[in-house]
Design a protein around this ligand. Structure first.
Ligand SMILES: [Zn+2]
Length: 363
């Protein structure tokens, strides 16, 4: 009888260990991640280098995920793979069907330089996107999904601290969204308003709160659908979301009003939230990286993984090694659960910054 009990107990322990193993990896140790979009050459030297500097997680493009040698090598070296999934940023879909563009309050398409957004309420687009994600999960079984561009249109990379909220774009005001918004909220737009500019001004003037709630529901609803269906295929799959690096009160709660990211409701579906704290790009400093991390944690009690930039982008002044080091130290301060570097391609050009990571991460 006793021996039977021991055997049953051993089996239960091993089942428990097996089912929790992947999650424990994320819970108990820091994620030191890198975003990588493509790689020339063989993978083994790459993985060896990652191990030598402490990188344990890769956030990869769909193209890299599809590479069998990459997946096998990463798994052999115990490197977690998250696939980056751009949701409402989809240039191919927009070039094939320009009717999919999200529409700004002035009636123009949601385009600002390379930032082009799809209307987030289009049912066919949403279904195609989710079907594509589920196929990736079935075909390649990544450890995690890293949901990107899960928001409304805004070129936040060019939004500096002195930006006025009124200058930020508000979307999506195409006829389909305006119609669904009315069904969703019960608000009735007066028939006398014809042009998009008139309709958007009226909604933003008199029903801003309902409009913001509708925007956030579109985003959280998409998150819910992706995560629920992906977990039906792999219940243990890890989920991360890329979050616009705005604290609750920045730009008058712009994270909800403009980006439509309700971090509290989104966090209910997540293992991690990853604010894109690219401080150099948005003219902030290292202290701000921690401040965004802390703010997001206070709102959600979630595992926060700040992502930091390795090299200057958009702006021409250099992101120095010293500034990088300060950002990294700040990104790792509690309650952070790690850091994600954007990107490996940039890091690979700078051996000194790799040394900095090695020194700080191995402490
Ligand atoms: Zn729309």
């Amino acid at each position: 009888m006793n021996s039977m009990r021991i055997i049953v107990s051993a089996i239960l322990t091993s089942i428990l260990f097996y089912s929790c193993n992947q999650f424990n990896t994320a819970e108990n140790s820091r994620i030191i991640g890198v975003k990588i979009y493509n790689h020339q050459g063989s993978f083994n030297p790459l993985f060896r280098e990652w191990q030598s500097i402490g990188i344990n997680t890769a956030f990869v493009s769909e193209e890299l995920l599809a590479n069998k040698a990459f997946r096998k090598g990463a798994t052999d070296k115990h490197i977690l793979i998250f696939v980056i999934l751009p949701i409402f940023f989809d240039e191919d879909a927009l070039s094939q069907n320009p009717d999919l563009y999200a529409i700004k309050s002035n009636g123009e398409r949601a385009v600002d330089d390379w930032v082009k957004f799809v209307c987030p309420s289009n049912p066919d687009f949403r279904k195609r996107k989710i079907d594509g994600i589920l196929k990736l999960v079935r075909d390649y079984n990544p450890d995690g999904l890293s949901i990107d561009f899960i928001r409304h249109f805004v070129y936040w990379e060019m939004v500096f601290p002195n930006t006025q909220t009124v200058d930020l774009p508000n979307t999506c005001f195409d006829p389909s969204c305006v119609s669904k918004f009315q069904e969703h909220s019960g608000v009735v737009v007066p028939d006398s308003l014809i042009k998009t500019q008139q309709i958007s001004s009226w909604i933003l003037e008199y029903h801003r709160q309902e409009w913001t709630a509708w925007k956030c529901d579109l985003i959280t609803g998409m998150v819910e659908e992706i995560v629920t269906k992906a977990r039906e295929i792999n219940p243990g799959i890890l989920i991360n979301a890329h979050i616009v690096p705005w604290r609750k009160d920045d730009f008058e709660n712009g994270i909800k009003k403009i980006a439509g990211q309700d971090v509290k409701t989104i966090s209910g579906f997540m293992d991690f939230l990853s604010p894109m704290t690219y401080s150099h790009m948005v003219k902030q400093n290292a202290g701000w990286v921690h401040s965004v991390t802390e703010d997001l944690f206070k709102q959600t009690q979630s595992s926060i993984l700040p992502s930091i930039q390795v090299k200057e982008a958009y702006l021409t002044d250099t992101l120095s090694s010293r500034e990088f080091e300060e950002n990294l130290v700040s990104a790792l301060l509690p309650p952070s659960k790690g850091v994600v570097f954007w990107s490996w391609e940039h890091l690979d050009q700078d051996p000194w910054k790799k040394e900095i990571i090695k020194n700080i991460v191995s402490k």
